[in-house]
Design a protein around this ligand. Structure first.
Ligand code: HEM
Length: 214
């Protein structure tokens, strides 16, 4: 894809990713958030954070399946949007839900497993957002940067558990997110195993003539 088209696509995707926030703001303005607006804000921002995490994780499989390399140019934006919506989610919790009651928040995070795992996922997401620039890739070195960014898998699992554990009755929604995550991680495991098998076969093929000569 030519640079101008990619720029246009990036702008369109950037604007589209803002839509959930615009819809939420309009609903809040029109007092259309239902009986518990604070919970509605927490739920919407939390769900969109999870959606963007999964979209970020789906870029590599989609690129591999379709051969569309330009998809990679959008991955960073999706990841940063996940972080953006998580920040809104946490701000809604700290300001609207708990009103800066740090003791209550500490107890909440320490005593409720779904909060502990959500908080841990949020904390792990911070270094990924801070190192999302090309300059940071160069500074850390590609290998170390990649190793750090593998945290995204732990974060995504933590986020699904956060959702799964907070829902008491109907677990259909978190199960769907969990299923999508399982497919995305399963794809990577299959690709990695295929690579290992290929490497082993090449290794054996290279060794064979040598051992035959002995
Ligand atoms: C990567 C990090 C996180 C993700 C992806 C995430 C995602 C979610 C999701 C999907 C929900 C359920 C929304 C629904 O019911 O429709 C949720 C609920 C919630 N999250 Fe998070 N969350 C994260 C971190 C946090 C953190 C750090 C906090 C607070 C410190 C937090 C506090 C809450 C609360 C209070 C709820 C609502 C619980 C309830 O309904 O009783 N989350 N979150």
């Amino acid at each position: 894809m030519v640079a101008a088209r990619i720029l246009l696509l990036k702008r369109a995707v950037f604007a589209t990713c803002l839509l959930p926030l615009v819809v939420l703001a309009l609903d809040a303005f029109r007092r259309g958030l239902g009986a518990n607006p604070i919970a509605a804000i927490e739920h919407s921002t939390g769900r969109w954070a999870l959606v963007f995490l999964l979209v970020t994780l789906s870029v590599t499989p989609l690129r591999k399946l379709t051969g569309y390399y330009w998809l990679l140019r959008l991955r960073r934006m999706f990841g940063l949007y996940a972080f953006f919506y998580v920040c809104l989610h946490v701000l809604a919790y700290v300001i609207l839900d708990q009103f800066f009651d740090w003791t209550a928040m500490f107890n909440d995070i320490a005593m409720r497993p779904f909060m502990t795992v959500g908080f841990a996922s949020f904390v792990m997401l911070i270094p990924l957002a801070l190192t999302a620039t090309n300059a940071m890739v160069q500074r850390l070195g590609s290998k170390r940067w990649q190793a750090l960014h593998r945290l995204i898998y732990v974060i995504a699992i933590g986020s699904v558990l956060h959702y799964l554990w907070l829902v008491k009755l109907n677990k259909t929604q978190p199960d769907i997110y969990g299923g999508i995550l399982a497919i995305l991680l399963g794809f990577r495991i299959i690709v990695a195993m295929g690579r290992l098998v290929r490497r082993a076969m090449v290794g054996r093929a290279l060794k064979l003539p040598a051992s035959g000569a002995n």
